[in-house]
Design a protein around this ligand. Structure first.
Ligand SMILES: [Fe+2]
Length: 110
């Protein structure tokens, strides 16, 4: 039996969630930090919204169950598309997108 090497890492993120570095558009670092924080709050909120849509998608009941069930799932899918756009914008600005549930809960405004 071959032992599993638990020290292998595909990549290590050395940049903290609140750190920014020089970016391709030359935006000043203090302004970049403000924009990245705001976009990360939007990103965190999109994920909270996604989970709320899915929860209600699963729990909806009643005569119009099927239409509402499908509509909530469509909205959940759209929210993920927006979340991806926000995360990619954050990355383009040299920031780190929030991705963990604890960070999302902490930074979401909804
Ligand atoms: Fe579903």
């Amino acid at each position: 039996m071959t032992p599993i090497d638990t020290n292998v890492r595909i990549g290590e993120l050395k940049q903290g969630i609140d750190q920014v570095v020089e970016n391709p558009i030359g935006l000043a670092l203090d302004k970049t930090r403000q924009v990245v924080r705001a976009l990360n709050a939007d990103l965190a909120s999109e994920y909270v919204l996604y989970h709320q849509y899915k929860k209600h998608h699963w729990l909806v009941e009643g005569a119009e169950y099927w239409q509402i069930h499908k509509l909530l799932d469509e909205h959940a899918g759209q929210v993920l598309t927006y979340a991806d756009m926000l995360a990619e914008r954050i990355t383009a600005l040299s920031g780190v997108p929030i991705s963990g549930p604890a960070e999302q809960e902490r930074d979401a405004y909804i």
